[in-house]
Design a protein around this ligand. Sequence first.
Ligand code: SF4
Length: 307
Amino acid sequence: MEEALYQENGGRIIKHNPPAAALSSEEMDAIYALPFARAPHPRYAGKRIPAWEQIHKSITSHRACYGGCNFCAIATHQGRHIQSRSEASITLEASKIDGVISDLGGPTANMYKSYCKLGFPASCKRRSCIFPSICPNLKSDHDAQLKLLDRVSRLPNVKHVFIASGIRHDMALGHKRYISAIATKYTGGRLKLAPEHSADSVLKLMGKPSIKSFEAFSKEYFEEVRKAGIKRQIIPYIIIGHPGTTIADAIALKNWLRENHIRVEQVQEFTPTPMTISTCMYYTGRDFDSGLPIHIPSPSEIRNKKN
Ligand code: SF4
């Protein structure tokens, strides 16, 4: 069990609670069996809620993430111990949704039912189970997610089931059956992936794998697309202005996008989210691991990069 942190601030003490203890599959099922209204709060009556349109036909299959991206706060809220619902619980929920299920996933879709052979021990000092390399104690084979998707897609009321949650492409590399299923059945034409940048020095500071793994995944994905004779796109998420990014890195990113004929839809400017390692680097101006000074992009620099 992780411990709480206490921080002095403005003459007061702030307590940062650790993530809640991991729930068992039975406990997760019990929560999702509660009689949720599956409707917006009545105070929004008559108002259009864009987020609702996006999520009202989505299903949560699991919680938590062991990816350990330095800019992300999910693990500080939900922990890294994956807590998965049973297939039966998810199928029951899906049986009440007609038509297209827009997303069946969690913080990282392809972590469903994966686990640490040692039970995610508190004694493990790694921040990520998959960066800089996949830990040999991690059990993750994608079969459980494929079985779940297949079962849900066979329900008579379900026309299609898609994955709109993020997929860790480095974990999926080499899993041909999974990549083929994602390409041909479970994405609505556009797969969203998060390489986040192309410069290895920036990716290392983000705790993300080298851009080579994104390129290798794209190659495998489009091979499956070609074999199936269909049209598909990969839409990459990009973060600009992450601590440690220089103008040279930003230009390298632009060139990489051009060379690979990639059109980005969303570029996110780095936001210093509380409790993340990236935020610590943003405020201290230092690499979290080495302690060495790093470049912190200024707002005016970011504005210029966008132009
Ligand atoms: S031992 Fe490996 S799989 Fe288990 S929590 Fe640590 S890094 Fe993750």
